[in-house]
Write a protein that binds this ligand. Structure first.
Ligand code: DQA
Length: 147
């Protein structure tokens, strides 16, 4: 059975109340429940983690070695700044799908740059919470398990 890590970065714990005009009103807990339901339907295993700390995200990526087959990563603002997260993804050779609720390319220019994109299999952005569902499908398809 394939195992996926759904990793969320800074401020995503505030989904539901945070800038609802940009991110909508779905909470992270609801998104994680949706991911677990999706996993059951797809016959895969999903583990959800969130941290506001860059080092903890790096350590979660390291800990995914020999445990998870793929990582779905919404690195939040660290997407645009973190060489450490980029290096962590490169270092573990676990495929990663980059995910954003909002369309980062239609927003401020500083959000157009992603340090994750060059080391990701692909990027999903702009579809709100549905993006997590799409990212799980994309990762399972990449791993060779059709849904
Ligand atoms: C985000 C987009 C980032 O630019 C922002 O810093 C976030 C959320 C998204 O999911 O749309 O925290 O990753």
């Amino acid at each position: 059975m394939q195992s996926l890590l759904i990793l969320n970065g800074p401020n995503l714990n505030l989904l539901g109340t945070r800038q609802t005009e940009v991110y909508g009103d779905t909470t992270l807990a609801a998104i994680e429940t949706m991911c677990l339901t999706k996993a059951k339907a797809c016959g895969c295993n999903v583990t959800c983690l969130q941290s506001n700390h860059e080092g903890e995200l790096v350590e979660a990526i390291h800990a995914a070695r020999d445990v998870h087959d793929g990582i779905v990563l919404n690195a939040g603002a660290y997407t645009h700044t973190s060489v450490a997260l980029m290096d962590a993804i490169s270092s573990v050779s676990i495929p990663c799908v980059e995910l954003h609720l909002s369309n980062i390319h239609a927003r401020e220019e500083f959000r157009h740059k992603s340090f994750i994109a060059p080391v990701a299999v692909g990027q999903i952005c702009g579809f709100g919470p549905k993006g997590y569902d799409l990212a799980i499908d994309a990762m399972l398809s990449y791993l060779g398990q059709s849904t």
